[in-house]
Design a protein around this ligand. Structure first.
Ligand code: NAI
Ligand code: MG
Length: 327
């Protein structure tokens, strides 16, 4: 049986970079069957709902999902999609590439972000006029699952440095539990790791990203720190991500729908194509995944480049160059 891949391009440049990633996957001839779903602002305008039931079913039933980006409805689309695939881990690699300008050339980091709870649990209230609260949820099970995933990811990917990010000096109960459980997982595995207060970590990441490898984070910290790392390595057009569950997974670029350049055909497809590379790895096509990474690296080093990287090539020019170098 061929693997079934749900493809949800979404809005804006999602419509431009998602076909680019499908072109690359098709050129590899692994025999994927692609099924297409609608979601996002345009879908909401047309159907009254940003994530139709049919699209939910596609993501639920597929072996993996490729998602482009949504616009203003992003939270109504991507949060439920992550939950439909049961994603407990958000994997966000941020690395520099030879030949490209970067604030910090020596960066090679992977954020392993808890993806289900913390301050993103969605429990907010208006207590009275002018007073609102948010409930932060941290469970032992989710902490253990993300820590196990993070340490195992570091072991399999050959990273020596594992850092547990937290703010347990202030959020003593919730981050206290996150820290305690993650340390326990590291100790049980006999793994080496360090712990870091997330604010100080932000400063050290900017100054010395080379000191870090895998960073295991609570939900909000992982969201913020990984975007900070995007700034260090040359921009959002380069950052892929995976949302991994026990039986299903969703792959998407870190960037959004980029309304400022949408429709011009100049979006950088690298983040989306690298996300498709992570999908290949996840489904066990490790050789093909390496071919995709190498082809992207070669095009990033030698061009053609889209305008965000200082070039004047189109999305299609870059995609064709990557397909040409898939050897
Ligand atoms: P954005 O990531 O869409 O754009 C930020 C900046 O980076 C823009 O200047 C854009 O042109 C540039 N950029 C992003 N990806 C690029 C690429 N592949 N090639 C070249 N340049 C690229 O974030 P922004 O502007 O904050 O949000 C725009 C819309 O996207 C909003 O409606 C927001 O809700 C949505 N969004 C959706 C996400 C998702 O679907 N997962 C994630 C983030 C934002
Ligand atoms: Mg974000």
């Amino acid at each position: 049986m061929p693997h079934e891949i749900a493809v949800i391009p979404g809005d804006g440049i999602g419509q431009e970079v998602t076909p680019a990633a499908v072109d690359v996957l098709e050129a590899l001839n692994v025999g994927f069957e692609f099924v297409y779903g609608e979601a996002g602002d345009e879908t909401e305008a047309k159907m009254g709902v940003a994530l139709p039931e049919k699209t939910r079913e596609l993501a639920d039933g597929a072996d993996a999902t490729l998602f482009g980006a949504a616009g203003e409805t992003a939270a109504d689309v991507i949060l439920p999609l992550r939950s439909i695939v049961g994603a407990f881990a958000n994997v966000r690699p941020a690395r520099t590439y030879p030949g490209l300008d970067a604030v910090q050339p020596g960066t090679d980091l992977v954020f392993i972000r808890e993806n289900t709870e913390g301050v993103y649990a969605g429990i907010e209230n208006e207590i009275t006029d002018g007073v609102r609260t948010l409930t932060r949820v941290v469970t032992e099970d989710a902490c253990e699952q993300i820590a196990e995933y993070g340490f195992e990811y570091a072991r399999q990917s050959g990273f020596d440095d594992v850092t547990i990010a937290h703010k347990a000096n202030v959020m003593r109960e919730t981050d206290g539990l996150f820290l305690e459980v993650a340390r326990g997982v590291g100790d049980d595995r006999g793994a080496e790791y360090e712990t870091a207060l997330m604010d100080a970590l932000a400063m050290h990441l900017v100054a010395h990203p080379e000191d870090y490898g895998v960073v295991i984070c609570p939900n909000l910290a992982g969201d913020v720190l990984s975007d900070l790392a995007a700034g260090l390595v040359g921009g959002l057009g380069l950052l892929p991500s995976a949302n991994v569950g026990e039986e299903n997974a969703l792959f998407e670029p870190v960037h959004g729908s980029a309304p400022d350049i949408a429709g011009e055909g100049i979006a950088n497809p690298a983040a989306m194509i690298l996300s498709a590379g992570m999908l290949l790895d996840h489904l066990g096509y490790t050789g093909e995944a390496a071919r995709v990474r190498n082809a992207v690296e070669s095009v990033l080093a030698e061009g053609p480049h889209t305008p965000d990287l200082g070039g004047n090539a189109s999305t299609q020019d870059v995609t064709e160059a990557i397909v040409d170098r898939l050897e």
